[in-house]
Design a protein around this ligand. Structure first.
Ligand SMILES: C[S@@+](CC[C@H](N)C(=O)[O-])C[C@H]1O[C@@H](n2cnc3c(N)ncnc32)[C@H](O)[C@@H]1O
Length: 198
């Protein structure tokens, strides 16, 4: 992975503890999803922009081979420490999700607060990256943040924009309003997509 300005900025936020997204717990939406879907197909899951790894550990607890990727070296070290402390197994690697190649195509990608963290001008690269890191027919589960903010991160989006960007490459299986952290209640929406075969 090449160093970039974006990497320096994110690493700086970890170094200075400027991490308002860090809730000390996985996304309530993924906790409920995994609790209510015990027999999901597939074995591998990729969590891009994994932060300190809470969501990755939730997938690992559910029996998946779980991989977290982040552009900030401190996020990767914190993820590894917390995963060892919890006695769980998961892999964490430094990567730029938008530019790098996956080690292999994944069965699942779980999105939580990466789409809203990147520059909106890079959203088409993000959509291409989800296709690149996922097997054909693979599943893309997203907790999206439907806020109006244009001066992020976090940068807002709308259901309409998500549909426009993703429906060309993915079939929508389900969407719903999840349980959220208290300060995000009513602002999140989950989308369960399947990558089109061709
Ligand atoms: C808002 S934080 C969210 C972290 C985590 N998902 C959470 O909710 O706790 C966004 C994360 O994405 C990482 N990130 C930003 N751009 C990235 C990229 N291109 N590839 C991989 N990670 C990236 C940042 O370093 C940061 O850890």
């Amino acid at each position: 992975m090449k160093n970039s300005k974006s990497q320096e900025e994110w690493e700086h936020r970890y170094q200075t503890h400027d991490m308002p997204w860090e809730k000390g717990a996985p996304s309530p939406g993924v906790v409920d999803f995994l609790a209510s879907h015990r027999n999901l197909p597939g074995e591998t899951v990729c969590v891009p922009g994994c932060g300190t790894g809470h969501d990755v550990r939730e997938w690992a607890k559910a029996g998946f081979r779980a991989y977290g990727y982040d552009i900030a070296p401190s996020a990767i070290s914190l993820s590894r420490e917390k995963t060892d402390d919890a006695g769980l197994r998961a892999e964490f690697r430094l990567a730029d999700f938008l530019r790098d190649e996956p080690p292999f195509p994944f069965d699942w990608i779980f999105e939580h607060t990466l789409f809203c963290a990147i520059d909106p001008a890079a959203r088409e690269s993000y959509v291409r990256a989800v296709s690149r890191w996922l097997k054909p027919g693979g599943q893309y589960l997203a907790v999206n943040y439907l806020i109006p903010d244009k001066d992020g991160p976090p940068f807002g989006t709308t259901r309409r924009e998500l549909w426009r960007r993703f429906s060309r490459h993915f079939e929508l299986k389900e969407e719903w309003v999840p349980r959220s952290y208290p300060n995000r209640s009513g602002l999140e929406r989950m989308f369960w997509w399947r990558r089109r075969l061709a």
